[in-house]
Design a protein around this ligand. Structure first.
Ligand code: PLP
Length: 398
């Protein structure tokens, strides 16, 4: 082994990471290998909806692990049947295909839409997506995304995605042709900096897609599983999409994702879709434990209330420090910084034991555990207040 051996070097260097190793998590807190505690308002990027290592999920996984890990996707297993039925009962969809990541669920949605086009729309295959949208890191989902930084990468992209402007129905109408089979969007563009589609725009999209016999696909990988105060964000707009994808929160911290479709849209034939680990009982047992908690009306109400509290506290901070608007819904919120100081604030916060995220240089994003307490929200606000004071003082000196 060379003298310069460093334990981090065996992992591909795919992003800038602090050289800190996390060893334990509980609720809203994480601990590193030196015993240092961090208040976590990132939660694995909106993944740990019940916080770190929630007992209900840990116990469900342990019990399932002793019982059955994977019988093969060619056979049924109990947890996947139970979870699929629970998702169907709690949504406007009729059928579920489980996947292992959000990108894989979105690949499935894209394939399903193309299949629908082949079967029912004379081979229509184009999907209208949105500038600023993010749907994952496989080749097709990068192609579907409207993230500027993706544009020069991995050419040639998968063809068949045309980009409209969020909240501009005319820009969608302009792109419709006989080749168009679907419109796909995140109800809140998370990675772009938490930019919500308005409820009115979602309604207009539903009307427009129905008029043209097109499918409406909602990517609820970030907004789903209670994050916005309803189990699924589309409920806010009172619409029923044809296809929805879930990821992140659905597994409460383990790799689980899902593609849901109404009966008329669920048109795969045998051989079109599959995957070795898809719907494995271990992950589905975790998903069931999550849904059991998150699906309760009183839990969803508590998320909405906590979201309003966090929003008002962020607005107070914004006024105090001369910052911009607070955007988003429930516990998916962004604070507009008006200046490209997000990375500096995130680094300062990290050094003080507070984990927050800056998806864009001028925005901070907050994705706490859905059961974060008022005291934890107040602790985060207090920490951020001190950091903003320091950053403001440094800017005045500079
Ligand atoms: N879609 C949305 C809206 C997302 O936020 C993400 C991840 O950030 C994805 C898709 C991709 O999910 P995954 O990273 O699990 O592949």
């Amino acid at each position: 082994m060379p003298d310069t051996f460093h334990p981090f070097d065996a992992l591909m260097d795919i992003t800038a990471r602090p050289k800190t190793v996390f060893v334990r998590g509980e609720g809203s807190y994480l601990w590193d290998d030196t015993g240092r505690r961090y208040l976590d308002f990132v939660q694995g990027w909106a993944v740990n909806c019940l916080g770190h290592s929630p007992p209900a999920v840990a116990e469900a996984i342990a019990a399932q692990a002793k019982c059955l890990l994977t019988p093969s996707p060619a056979f049924y297993n109990e947890p996947s049947l139970k979870l699929a039925n629970a998702l169907v009962e709690n949504s406007c969809f009729d059928q579920v295909f489980f996947a292992n990541s959000g990108a894989e669920a979105n690949e499935g949605a894209i394939k399903l839409a193309r299949k629908y086009g082949t079967k029912y729309k004379n081979g229509a295959f184009e999907i209208i997506t949105f500038e600023g949208g993010f749907h994952g890191r496989t080749l097709a989902t990068m192609s579907a995304s409207g993230k500027k930084a993706f544009e020069p990468l991995f050419e040639p992209k998968v063809p068949g995605f045309r980009k409209a402007q969020l909240n501009d129905i005319a820009s969608v109408e302009e792109l419709i042709s006989s080749n168009t089979v679907a419109v796909m969007l995140e109800p809140i563009q998370g990675e772009a900096g938490v930019w919500p589609a308005t409820d009115q725009f979602l309604k207009e999209l539903r009307t427009l897609t129905s008029e043209h016999g097109m499918l409406l696909i909602v990517d609820e990988i970030q907004t789903g599983m209670g994050r916005t105060g309803k189990l699924f964000h589309y409920e806010h707009a009172g619409i029923a999409p044809d296809i929805m994808t879930l990821g992140k929160g659905i597994g409460g911290g383990v790799p689980l994702a899902a593609l849901l479709a109404t009966e008329h849209a669920a048109c795969f034939d045998h051989g079109d879709q599959g995957g070795t680990f898809n719907g494995n009982p271990l992950m589905c047992a975790a998903g069931l434990a999550v849904l059991e908690q998150v699906g309760k009306p009183e839990f969803l109400k508590s998320v909405a209330d906590a979201g309003l509290f966090l929003e008002s506290e962020l607005q107070r901070l914004s006024a105090r420090h001369g910052l911009g608007e607070v955007r988003g819904r429930g516990l998916l919120l962004a604070l507009d910084l008006k200046l490209p100081i997000g990375a500096a604030i995130v680094a300062q916060a990290f050094s003080k034991g507070l984990l927050i995220n800056s998806p864009q240089p001028d925005a901070l994003r907050f994705m706490p555990a859905l059961n974060a307490s008022r005291a934890e929200i107040a602790e985060m606000i207090e920490g951020l207040d001190a950091i903003l004071t320091q950053v403001g003082a440094a800017r005045r000196v500079a």
